[in-house]
Design a protein around this ligand. Structure first.
Ligand code: SAM
Length: 338
């Protein structure tokens, strides 16, 4: 029997739980933060639980951490002393390793220290035990969740936790003059699906306005054809690598086989979106990569997702479906044209 803390985007934890129930027989759950964070009791051991999850990664599970240790919260300085003692006693796991400390606090926790104060203390203890305290690209993460009466602590690699960000909450720096926040979705998709956009040559961006995704692909050196009846941001219009078709995608005339990357972020009915994507399919080269967001408009997201995937699978192979941190009422698909 092993314990885990799972996290989904706000209000989506019931779907993550449904997916986990289907994966692991006899699993049980307790809610920690409504709609978002939950405790999972798995009848499988740690390795089996992780393997089962990683083999068919749930769409709505953003982050998972094991609960390897627990500390009763006193609500005073003793809590930090106990945490420090715990890190010292587990020093063999961190010595010589790039180690990140992730702290999340439930809103009603009696743990009195902020995440940054706790991290500062933990980093000092890590330095004592010859670990290298880091924020980015850690080998190992110490994940601490301050719950209602206990600190739940887990150790693992970023892969094991599905993310190298606390709770899977990926933060990107907002840039000056950034065209839209939507850019973060495509940036996150690149990391989540282990892509490198600069390796593609020609992208088709459908539902491109105001142009956050288009701007990212242009920055990476791609030639981009952006299709949208709405206006693109004026800063993009004169870009020499941009072709802008200011029209509905169903009216776009595109040369067959000419794009190796297809991105589509239309906030539209999922079924109409899939039809439109299939109608454009001839413009994509064989093996082309596709990144598509599915708007979850209905009350039954799992059913919507299954139906859209079934439709798209007539032409594409599904590589991964994931609700990204920057997705709101939607998920992102990573596909490859057959
Ligand atoms: C969420 S916005 C896209 C944001 C964009 N990815 C960005 O980074 O700025 C959705 C866009 O899809 C466009 N759209 C909706 N239906 C469309 C269609 N049939 N053909 C082309 N564009 C469409 C809308 O005009 C809107 O600009």
């Amino acid at each position: 029997m092993t314990e885990w803390i799972g996290t989904a985007n706000q209000s989506y934890s019931p779907y993550a739980i449904e997916e986990l129930r289907r994966l692991i027989d006899g699993v049980s759950f307790t809610q920690l933060a409504a709609g978002e964070v939950f405790l999972m009791n798995s009848p499988l051991d740690r390795v089996e639980t992780l393997q089962t999850i990683l083999q068919r990664e749930p769409i709505f599970l953003r982050h998972i951490q094991p609960v390897d240790r627990t500390i009763e919260i006193n609500g005073n300085a003793e809590d930090l002393e106990q945490l420090s003692a715990m890190v010292r006693s587990a020093a063999f796991m961190f010595a010589g390793k790039r180690t990140a400390v992730h702290i999340r606090r439930m809103s009603s926790t009696p743990f009195i220290y902020s995440a940054s104060d706790t991290k500062a203390v933990m980093d000092a203890v890590l330095a004592e035990v010859d670990a290298e305290p880091v924020v980015q690209q850690p080998d190992v993460i110490i994940a601490i969740y301050a719950a209602a009466s206990t600190l739940c602590i887990g150790f693992g690699s970023p892969q094991d936790m599905l993310s190298d960000w606390p709770g899977g909450a990926v933060r990107f720096q907002r840039e000056e003059g950034q065209v839209s926040r939507a850019k973060f979705k495509l940036l996150e998709a690149e990391r989540a699906f282990d892509l490198h956009y600069e390796q593609f040559r020609r992208a088709l961006d459908v539902g491109a306005a105001p142009g956050g995704w288009t701007s990212l692909l242009l920055e990476r050196g791609l030639r981009v054809t952006a299709v949208d009846p709405a206006d693109l941001h004026p800063s993009l219009i004169d870009h020499p690598a941009l072709t802008y078709l200011k029209r509905n995608a169903s009216e776009a005339k595109l040369k067959p086989g000419s794009f190796d990357l297809f991105v589509c972020d239309m906030s539209w009915s999922p079924m109409l979106m899939s039809k439109l994507v299939l109608d454009l399919e001839q413009a994509l080269a064989e093996g082309a990569t596709a990144i598509i967001t599915i708007k979850l408009m209905h009350r039954k997201p799992m059913q919507t997702i299954r139906e859209v995937i079934a439709k798209l699978e007539t032409v594409f192979e599904l590589k991964k479906a994931k609700q990204l941190f920057h997705n709101r009422e939607e998920i992102t698909l990573y596909l490859q044209k057959k």
